[in-house]
Design a protein around this ligand. Structure first.
Ligand SMILES: Nc1ncnc2c1ncn2[C@@H]1O[C@H](COP(=O)(O)OP(=O)(O)OP(=O)(O)O)[C@@H](O)[C@H]1O
Ligand SMILES: [Mg+2]
Length: 221
């Protein structure tokens, strides 16, 4: 489903310095797999996910996702196709609306269908997407928090709400950057359970980046 061939990326700084973030990376991922990517800080994990998401340039190599093929000099049209097929949660970023958990998901479903979640007509969106929103909240174990105010959720709950929102656009591939690294053991477990559940119930292919080996061990079981 995903194939990365000979992928390389060097960041060029304004002062002329160059940082080689990815050096000839090759791997394949089957449809419906959960794949862990382990690496030290600065080894290029976030860079790789951004490239797979279609939002970061690269110097050489090819990304294949089903029938989508992107090379460094591909037309923006193909990068857009990659963006449509993937969802990402970037490290340490939240970006939730100051409203309920349920509204946050309904809004994302509305945006996925009509293009702009900031324009959501809540009343209409409730009718059309309310059931789907509850299904997504169940998948990540947050149905009991549906009517809570999103900004006061715990870190791990926010993380799971973000995953529910990412799923609203029905991606083929979910890219997660250090989803559970800053959490206590119980929270970590809840996040990892949500990832497994999403993968099992929706068949979404998941790439999880983390520098913590235990996260990969758990997802392997
Ligand atoms: N926008 C950028 N401009 C210049 N250098 C960058 C940029 N983004 C990343 N780098 C550099 O590229 C290398 C890889 O960074 P990246 O963020 O991909 O690592 P990482 O494996 O995700 O690290 P961490 O585990 O700390 O999140 C690092 O040396 C980093 O400093
Ligand atoms: Mg990173």
């Amino acid at each position: 489903m995903i194939e990365v061939k000979n992928l390389s990326k060097t960041y060029k700084m304004d002062n002329g310095d160059e940082i080689k973030a990815l050096d000839d990376i090759n791997f394949k991922v089957k449809s419906g797999e959960i794949v862990g990517i382990l690496g030290m800080s600065g080894s290029g994990k976030t860079t790789l996910l951004k490239i797979l998401r279609g939002v970061e340039s690269f110097d050489s190599g090819v990304i294949l996702l089903d029938d989508i093929k992107v090379a460094h000099d591909s037309n923006p049209y193909y990068f857009t196709k990659l963006k449509r097929a993937t969802a990402i949660h970037l490290q340490r970023s939240f970006g939730l609306w100051a409203e309920t958990v349920f509204q946050n998901v309904v809004r994302k479903l509305y945006g996925a269908r009509y293009g702009d979640e900031s324009m959501t007509d809540q009343e209409y969106a409730y009718q059309e997407f309310g059931d789907q929103a509850m299904e997504l909240l169940k998948l990540v174990g947050l149905e009991h928090k549906a009517q809570h105010f999103a900004p006061v959720l715990s870190g791990g709950e926010k993380q799971r709400l973000i995953m529910a929102r990412q799923l609203a656009k029905k991606p083929k591939v979910l890219l997660l950057d250090e989803p559970a690294t800053m959490s206590c053991p119980k929270t970590k477990q809840e996040i990892l359970d949500a990832i497994k559940n999403i993968n099992k119930e929706l068949g979404v292919t998941v790439l999880v980046v983390s520098h913590l080996p235990e996260i990969h061990e758990y997802l392997d079981d």
